[in-house]
Design a binder for this molecule. Structure first.
Ligand SMILES: Cc1cc2nc3c(=O)[nH]c(=O)nc-3n(C[C@H](O)[C@H](O)[C@H](O)COP(=O)(O)OP(=O)(O)OC[C@H]3O[C@@H](n4cnc5c(N)ncnc54)[C@H](O)[C@@H]3O)c2cc1C
Ligand code: SF4
Length: 466
């Protein structure tokens, strides 16, 4: 008998780097049914699945993969949705390589099962071919909940509470729901239509969305509870306040925060020029400061907006870069130039007040700092100038202070994050819960969703007086 053919991890077909670097269409095409079933057949269906331990929302990973292997994609999607209300999003942007896949036992000898790609496949199949099923909804409880912010944390809370029979209204500052999924992560990584489909699904369950509503300005948390009759409030307002380098020249024209740069491009659709005439610098030499996912998104966006040179400037080395390996790899393939162990010290302007160069120093790595990463030190006498016409600062975000500033009972940490119980999201104000980036500081989609789920359970108990 011929030996059984060994099945290797199935590659994800994707656009050619040179082609995709100049368009905004999604980079990977996704698995076909056949490839998905082949990849799913690599799963050993472990009795004690390690992969599940790595998933912050405890998706029943072997169960959904088993259904894909059998060709029952509808059942796979149902199992996924049971724990994860945004599987098409998570299948695209979750750091699977450091969560579920890193724990997969297949990965000990060969490449782990492609759990994220299979998640994406099942979710896409349901959206495109399967038809979305409406879950059972509990009888109305007569209780009203206000959710502040329509990012992954807020959307998860809204979905969970509406299913438990409560009336849910989501207030969102921007004109579109989705949070970072819509204004931050670019179309080529997460098509907006997918986020919109998830929001439409929540609307179909009865969630009410009120856009262009900055809580803390139009209504305070107090007014929501005391005058508008909300029995509980969830704060999921994220971490949308950009950090800056605090170096000379950051106020020059042509210098953006990554938030502004990506929002103009994604949410205000600058990438659809001339259909949308949103002003944005279409720089020829763009430097992006930082080494995380946000920096990669900005650098790849700059290429697509027509830059001749899009550069990442990061003070540590490749190994310490916080971006997902897939993101930095995609950026490199597309031609983004990496200036590693390099730190800007000053931005230099021309006579019109527009940035024209960046003074930088070279760095070397010393002992680990408090975060455990090796601390960068300046190499004396290493200063040099980099010619640039656009600079995007992507060195992290802090929570927006508006809600705590207008609600004295909600206490914050020294970093401005809202203090909330890790297990329940309960804040220092009665009836008010919080979760996601506003509590943890800038983190991940799945952690925001996990926090949303815990808070929804706690709010449900609170409303039922348990
Ligand atoms: C460019 C970029 C790329 C990223 N890439 C990844 C990735 O690949 N994988 C990953 O897992 N994570 C990624 N992240 C992080 C991830 O997106 C966040 O951790 C996640 O979105 C946090 O969810 P959230 O619901 O807490 O907040 P957000 O997504 O920030 O949503 C908060 C919402 O609240 C609204 N809001 C704020 N204040 C108010 C107010 N006062 N009233 C009403 N509404 C308000 C905001 O407008 C926003 O829509 C990325 C982040 C960025 C910026
Ligand atoms: S650990 Fe890997 S092989 Fe085992 S159930 Fe999870 S995905 Fe399948």
């Amino acid at each position: 008998m011929a030996p059984k053919e060994k099945i290797l991890r199935q590659p994800m077909p994707e656009q050619e780097p040179k082609v995709r670097a100049r368009n905004f269409e999604e980079v990977p095409f996704g698995y076909s049914k056949e490839t998905a079933m082949k990849e799913a057949s690599r799963c050993l269906q472990c009795k004690k699945p390690k992969c599940r331990e790595g998933c912050p929302v405890e998706v029943l990973i072997p169960d959904f993969i088993g259904k894909i292997a059998e060709g029952d994609f509808a059942a796979a999607a149902r199992i996924l949705k049971d724990k994860n209300s945004l599987p098409a999003v998570c299948g695209r942007v979750c750091p699977q390589e450091s969560q579920c896949e890193v724990k997969c036992v297949v990965g000990k000898k060969e490449e782990p099962v492609a759990i994220g790609r299979l998640e994406r496949f099942a979710a896409d199949w349901e959206r495109n071919e399967g038809g979305v099923t409406i879950p059972p909804i509990a009888a109305k409880t007569g209780k009203k909940v206000a959710v502040i912010g329509a990012g992954p944390a807020g959307l998860t809370v809204a979905g969970d509470l509406i299913k438990k029979g409560h009336e849910v209204t989501v207030f969102e500052a921007l004109h579109k729901p989705g949070g970072v999924l819509i204004y931050g992560i670019p179309e080529f990584r997460l098509p907006k239509a997918i986020v919109q489909a998830e929001v439409d699904y929540l609307s179909s369950l009865g969630v009410r969305f009120v856009m262009n509503s900055v809580i803390g300005k139009i209504r305070s948390v107090h007014e929501l509870m005391e005058e508008d009759g909300y029995d509980a409030v969830f704060v999921g307002s994220g971490a949308g306040l950009p950090n800056f380098m605090k170096i000379p020249g950051e106020n020059l024209n042509g210098v953006y925060s990554a938030n502004e740069y990506l929002t103009r491009n994604n949410l205000m659709k600058a990438y659809l020029f001339p259909g949308h005439d949103t002003p944005i610098a279409r720089g020829k030499r763009v430097a992006v400061l930082g080494g995380g996912n946000v920096a990669m998104d900005a650098a790849r966006t700059a290429l697509r907006l027509g830059a001749d040179a899009s550069m990442i400037v990061y003070r540590r080395s490749h190994d310490e870069m916080p971006a997902r390996a897939e993101e930095s790899h995609h950026a490199e393939e597309e031609g983004v130039i990496f200036h590693l162990l390099t730190n800007p010290v000053e931005l230099v302007g021309d006579e019109d007040g527009k940035v024209r160069a960046m003074k930088c120093v070279k760095m070397r790595l010393g002992e680990p700092d408090a975060s455990g990463r090796r601390k960068p030190e300046v190499i004396p006498g290493s200063e040099f100038e980099l010619e640039v016409d656009t600079v995007v600062v992507a060195i992290g975000n802090s929570p927006n202070p508006l809600i705590p500033a207008t609600t004295s009972e909600i206490h914050t940490s020294k970093w401005g994050t809202i203090i909330a119980d890790e297990a329940t999201g309960k804040t220092t104000m009665e009836g008010v819960y919080a979760g996601g980036d506003v509590v943890t500081g800038a983190a991940t989609v799945i952690l925001a969703m996990g926090a949303g789920r815990k808070a929804a359970d706690a709010i449900d108990k609170y409303l039922k007086g348990a």
